[in-house]
Design a protein around this ligand. Structure first.
Ligand code: F6P
Length: 552
């Protein structure tokens, strides 16, 4: 299969290398129906990938790759709960977290096959009861005061998913039941910032950690425990803490009550855990109904991904467009511009979803891929990005494919502002594609009466080469359903790309080495401690750090 895959990648490169293989605008001239023929929809959601250099031949070659690697089979194995994460011997069954109880999704765990959707639904009932009790004031802190704030502690997938969703569903709204502070970094300044002005008596601390062994999270949880105990006494701690984890013994050892502990299974990867009890933060902050609607939206994308023919399948198409950019055109980066300020942390979440999943160089067979994999993802909300790095996207030496994300209807009453936002999104995509030629610029300057010498000096700097590709993802409104659907769209895109690249999208061995080395260096930073063996740069930096420290 590797040969068939390599041949399919070679074919993509050949197509891109044709004289016109990177030109976009001529494709529109040649095909008046291009905008609809290179787009796909699911209800109100449209994915327009027509502003790319993919033509019919390239599209066929991309689907030939999908066929060569057995994408259809992979999709079926994923939904059958097969061990699609072989290096960790796990299924990837996060879809069960958003499916109804009777969906019948099963997953392999420790050689056993279990009813994943039923297990997830049972835990959801407990979560719902907990959220209701907190919101009603039936479950309070040690003083009997209602909880008004959540301090959500976690890092990576135990932070970014809940963070992006909570912001998307609460920013600018006055009808949200609780306020949330997120605490991820082990940096003590982050703790100070997260607890600044918080009343411990009214704060519920959620510790989200799949493994319950993560240094940053446990360090912050210890600090939060001390903060609660100092203000309210040690006996208050169990009332103010809840945990979301697969490691129930470690949670119990920390002193969190079973009634405040919500579990999930190893078939949920950390970066897919916002749909699990880790999403309790979202439900507390935005309300249960919105959390449930988010799950429903994701489940609608799951069913579409599972059931729709590959050629009409949004995650598959989004993935293949990305493959074209990486493996045919050689793009090393990918930019996500959400024209919605409430999605300001979406790129951070997608960085983990995409780069922790597919930032790999080893195939499932244990050999080097021999082809490029995941591009570097970055992004900012539009229009802010237009006033910072978008200059490079228009005129830089490298091609940076962009995803523009936009809802047609806002949740505010300034239609003029929303039209301005949308106009900018559409204009950016159009400008990137069509660019502006030197001839057109010279003609414009001449028409304005500029002297030829001034035209010669300035015109080359104003040229925008165009042919810069983008997708546009457009939908009705950023409600909870649409949010869930959008995030699930990217999750499945990543799974498809992992299949096409022949890698394990669900492990993350690359983050281990740094963790291990940090564990070794930590004791060396204590006053008077001996220094271990390091390269001379690291040893010198440790020595310099210790010399600069005001610590005895
Ligand atoms: O950084 C690696 C990682 O394992 C992520 O995959 C995960 O989301 C994060 O750390 C946090 O892990 P945990 O939820 O176990 O604390």
């Amino acid at each position: 299969m590797t040969d068939a895959r390599a041949a399919a990648f070679a074919r993509l490169r050949q197509l891109a290398d044709r004289p016109d293989g990177r030109r976009i605008a001529p494709l529109f001239a040649a095909d008046p129906h291009r905008a609809t023929r290179f787009a796909a929809t699911l209800d109100d959601l449209t994915l327009d990938f027509s502003k790319s250099s993919i033509d019919d031949t390239a599209r066929d070659a991309l689907f030939a790759l999908a066929e060569a690697v057995g994408l259809d089979d992979f999709r079926q194995r994923l939904f059958a709960g097969a061990m699609v994460n072989p290096t960790e011997h796990r299924a990837a069954m996060h879809m069960a977290l958003r499916a109804p109880a009777d969906a019948g999704l099963r997953a392999t765990l420790g050689g056993q096959d279990e009813d994943a959707s039923a297990i997830a639904a049972a835990e959801r009932i407990r979560m719902h009861a907990f959220v209701d009790a907190v919101h009603r004031g039936a479950r309070t802190g040690a003083t009997g005061a209602r909880f008004t704030h959540v301090l959500a502690i976690g890092i990576g997938g135990s932070d970014l998913g809940p963070l992006v969703a909570t912001e998307a569903l609460t920013l600018g709204r006055s009808d949200t039941p609780m306020q949330t502070r997120f605490l991820s970094n082990v940096d003590g300044h982050a703790f100070l910032h997260a607890t600044e002005g918080l009343d411990p008596a009214r704060t519920l601390v959620l510790v989200a950690s799949k493994t319950f062994t993560t240094l940053e999270t446990l360090s912050n949880a210890d600090a939060a425990r001390a903060w609660i105990a100092e203000a309210l006494g040690e006996a208050a701690v169990p009332l103010h803490f809840a945990a979301l984890s697969t490691n129930l013994p470690a949670v119990a050892a920390f002193g969190i009550l079973p009634g405040n502990t919500f579990g999930f299974r190893d078939w949920v990867g950390g970066r897919y855990s916002l749909w699990s009890p880790v999403g309790l933060t979202i439900a507390l902050a935005a309300g249960w109904d919105r959390f449930q609607a988010m799950l429903d939206g994701a489940w609608s994308m799951d069913r579409h991904f599972r059931d729709a023919p590959l050629r009409e399948n949004l995650p598959v198409l989004l993935a293949l467009v990305g493959i074209w950019h990486v493996n045919a055109l050689g793009c090393a980066t990918h930019c996500v511009l959400a024209y919605d300020d409430r999605l300001r942390r979406l790129p951070a979440h997608l960085q983990q979803v995409e780069m922790e999943s597919n930032g790999k160089r080893t195939t499932l067979a244990g050999t080097d891929t021999g082809w490029d994999t995941c591009p570097m993802l970055f992004g900012e909300p539009g229009t802010n990005a237009q006033h910072s790095f978008i200059q490079l996207v228009h005129q830089g030496t490298r091609t940076v494919p962009v995803d523009f994300i936009l809802a047609a209807n806002p949740d505010h009453d300034r239609p003029d502002a929303h039209r301005a936002l949308a106009a900018n999104a559409f204009a950016q995509a159009e400008a990137l594609m069509i660019g502006k030629s030197e001839a057109a610029i010279r003609a414009e300057m001449a028409a304005r009466g500029m002297p030829p010498a001034a035209i010669d000096a300035i015109a080359p700097h104003r040229v925008a080469p165009g042919d810069r590709p983008s997708n546009t993802i457009l939908f009705d409104r950023l409600d909870a359903f649409a949010l869930g659907r959008l995030i699930a769209l990217y999750e499945h895109k990543v799974a498809v790309q992992g299949c096409l690249w022949g890698i394990d999208s669900f492990d993350q061995w690359g983050v281990e080495l740094g963790k291990v080395l940090a564990g070794g260096i930590l004791p060396e930073l204590a006053p008077g401690a001996a220094t271990g063996t390091h390269d001379s740069s690291t040893a010198a930096l440790i020595a310099r750090f210790r010399a600069l420290r005001h610590e005895t």
